[in-house]
Design a protein around this ligand. Structure first.
Ligand SMILES: [Zn+2]
Length: 186
């Protein structure tokens, strides 16, 4: 690291401290030639990850999308949202360490399972049952998002339904659909 004052290339580290919640390291240095002090930041190289979906489509890795899927599958398992966020961070960090930043949706699912296994048996079993059900049908994250979309549409339709007898029967049917959909994931 070149000294910003005299361009000398050797310095000694006076102090190292992690910054940005562990994502980078801040080092206070002293130039070995001019004795002046400066600060450097060291951070892990961050390259976007490409996800290869089951149908061959490619999209960039979306942390929040993955988190939504996991949170939904782990509802009522007692695992905090913060813990699940950390899990998603860990998984992304794993993929970041690959020589080629590409990952299949299948590998994402397996990584989630592996991490949940050490976290909570209940969460593991529940996520596995949801995940395996979707396997071979559609990308599981897509499916979960699709599901959420359907739930909101059903809710919307149920709310907008006028309350005459024919339509309230229809509304009831929608409630049944909704609860069936919910059972599917709970
Ligand atoms: Zn210097």
């Amino acid at each position: 690291m070149q000294c910003p004052f005299c361009q000398h290339t050797d310095s000694r580290v006076l102090e190292s401290r992690s910054a940005e919640v562990g994502r980078s390291v801040r080092r206070r240095r002293e130039c070995l030639q001019c004795d002046r002090r400066f600060t450097t930041y060291e951070r892990i190289e961050f390259v976007p990850i490409t996800v290869i979906k089951r149908n061959g489509d490619r999209e960039s890795f979306d942390q929040s999308k993955l988190l939504r899927g996991i949170v939904r599958a782990c509802e009522k398992t007692g695992i905090s949202a913060i813990r699940l966020e950390a899990l998603v961070d860990d998984i992304e960090a794993e993929f970041q360490q690959r020589a080629v930043r590409e990952v299949t949706s299948n590998e994402i699912g397996e990584a989630v399972l592996r991490h949940l296994q050490s976290l909570s048996e209940v969460a593991y079993v529940r996520f596995a049952s949801v995940y395996r059900q979707f396997q071979g049908i559609r990308d599981f994250v897509d499916e979960l998002n699709h599901f959420q979309h359907r739930v909101s549409q059903v809710k919307l339709a149920a709310n907008l339904e006028p309350s005459n007898s024919e339509n309230s029967a229809h509304g009831l049917k929608m409630d049944e659909d909704l609860s069936r959909l919910m059972t599917h994931l709970n």
